[in-house]
Ligand binder design. Structure first.
Ligand SMILES: Cc1cc2nc3c(=O)[nH]c(=O)nc-3n(C[C@H](O)[C@H](O)[C@H](O)COP(=O)(O)OP(=O)(O)OC[C@H]3O[C@@H](n4cnc5c(N)ncnc54)[C@H](O)[C@@H]3O)c2cc1C
Length: 449
């Protein structure tokens, strides 16, 4: 049985054990273990080369739901798609959702994921009331803000390393319709984006922008800003339809190149002629446009691709973000799936949670080997200088030194790692940590959380 991450890079050789009943999960293995659900992480944080993956995707039973409060408890392998099928007809929605619904509750916790409403709702972990953690010593610990709070803070955003999450208790959000009232605003460049965002973010619960990362000069960072609110008029509460299309095979490597990417971006930007378009939409199309095509990651071919997401603190100075956009556009290596958003300032509950207040950009790079890696290393340096960070859930290549700069309390976090658990990502970013630097760093790290 092979298990891959969404970017199909890197590949790992590992044993796979299905864990369909989390109540009697066996965590013993010859080497280390790592939970794995739907493999929607892009890089190697869900891989365990040389070890064992505990595949929990079959363990998604509903445990309890209180319609008066919207609090639901379910096994950690439940996907957000399954959750929505249950909750939407009952008038509830996810408090935070990523750009795909094929993500498990356990995966959402382990990466403390964020969505289009980060500026209003913060990260997923803020809405988790409690969870149960199974450790390799056989202990089962309920963790929340009041019970085992340190282990809760380590597990939320803890990359699956603190133990196996068996169930998650989550507060859902009430809705009266499956419809989202949307507004799309075309922006001409990055300055225009920041103006639109400043003027409009407060009007919308959800905001996200698609950007043309191939545009240069006066058009640098042009794109479409999409705002949305859950409809307030009662309407049908229908859950999502199943996917319509499938990418049937790995596309040949020449399918995505500079010309197809530029042509797509230009056509997409011009598909809206007016500055502003308002229309109602089913939540499926608004939140999960990519889920319409099964296995769309195959269009990048056998070499796979790298997703890169960073956040940069933003206080009005656009020089650093413009420099990053200019480097990406000049490299001609970026793809057509580039997403820009302003994060809000609600604190994240996890020690290693990714979001910071500021501007975040996520985009795909077909894996073109050294060229791609060199560009991303340069971008890392700019992000380090600007006090930002890169998202581990989407990473396959950042250096250990970069990771430890981006997440200075990694050392404190590592004290909560279950000794039987490890991942390809964790070994990669900690292998070269100098022991003496680790010891010296400890006093400075106190209180960072
Ligand atoms: C199209 C697309 C859009 C996306 N959009 C966003 C977005 O908008 N925002 C965002 O934040 N992320 C986004 N992501 C990333 C995705 O949300 C995360 O990588 C998520 O963690 C994947 O969950 P998964 O269930 O597939 O878990 P996997 O990828 O299989 O595993 C992810 C991590 O969770 C751990 N884990 C899984 N189950 C458990 C468990 N039961 N107990 C303990 N640890 C566990 C694993 O060990 C691993 O560290 C997107 C991904 C895709 C493919």
């Amino acid at each position: 049985m092979t298990r891959t991450s969404w970017g199909n890079f890197p590949r790992a050789q590992q044993s796979v054990r299905r864990v369909d009943w989390l109540s009697d999960a066996d965590l013993k293995a010859d080497g280390s273990v790592l939970p794995y659900a739907y493999g929607r992480s892009y890089g190697d944080s869900c891989l365990n080369d040389g070890g064992t993956l505990l595949d929990v995707s079959g363990a998604g039973r509903l445990i309890g739901f209180d319609p008066a409060t919207g609090v639901m408890r379910a096994e950690a392998g439940m996907s957000l798609a399954q959750l929505l099928e249950f909750a939407v007809p009952r008038g509830f929605f996810l408090p935070v959702t990523p750009g795909t619904k094929y993500v498990s509750l356990g995966g959402a916790v382990a990466n403390d994921i964020h969505g289009k409403n980060h500026h209003r709702a913060g990260t997923f972990g803020r809405h988790v009331q409690a969870l149960e953690l199974l450790r390799s010593d056989g202990s089962r610990l309920v963790c929340s803000r009041t019970e085992n709070p340190e282990l809760f803070a380590a597990t939320v955003g803890g990359l699956g390393l603190t133990g196996l999450v068996t169930w998650v208790e989550l507060s859902l959000r009430p809705i009266v319709s499956a419809t989202i009232d949307t507004e799309t605003i075309k922006f001409a460049n990055l300055d225009d984006f920041f103006e639109v965002s400043a003027a409009s973010d407060s009007r919308f619960e959800f905001t996200v922008s698609w950007v043309d990362c191939a545009a240069q000069g006066k058009r640098l960072g042009r794109g479409l800003y999409m705002g949305g609110n859950h409809a307030t008029e009662p309407g049908p509460l229908t859950a999502s339809p199943p996917p319509r299309l499938a990418a049937p095979f790995n596309a040949p490597d020449f399918a995505l190149n500079r010309w197809t990417v530029t042509a797509f971006n230009t056509a997409y930007y011009h598909k809206q002629r007016e500055r502003v378009v308002r229309k109602p939409a089913h939540y499926e199309g608004f939140f999960y446009p990519l889920d319409a095509v099964n296995d769309w990651n195959r269009i990048y071919g056998a070499r796979g691709f790298l997703q890169y997401q960073f956040v940069l603190p933003f206080a009005g100075d656009t020089a650093a973000i413009k420099e990053i956009f200019a480097r990406i556009a000049a490299s001609k290596l970026g793809s057509f799936l580039a997403v820009l958003k302003m994060f809000g300032d609600l604190p994240s509950p996890g020690m290693l949670s990714f979001p910071l207040p500021g501007v975040t950009l996520a985009l795909d790079f077909p894996n073109e080997g050294q060229k791609t890696f060199a560009l991303l290393n340069d971008l890392d340096a700019l992000i380090r200088q600007g006090g930002g960070r890169v998202y581990p859930a989407k990473d396959a290549r950042m250096s250990g030194a970069s990771f430890r700069t981006f997440f200075p309390n990694w050392r404190e976090f590592s004290e909560y790692i279950d000794p039987a658990f490890s991942s390809s990502f964790w070994r990669r970013v900690t292998a070269d940590a100098p022991a003496e630097a680790v010891v010296q760093a400890e006093p400075q790290l106190a209180g960072v959380r």
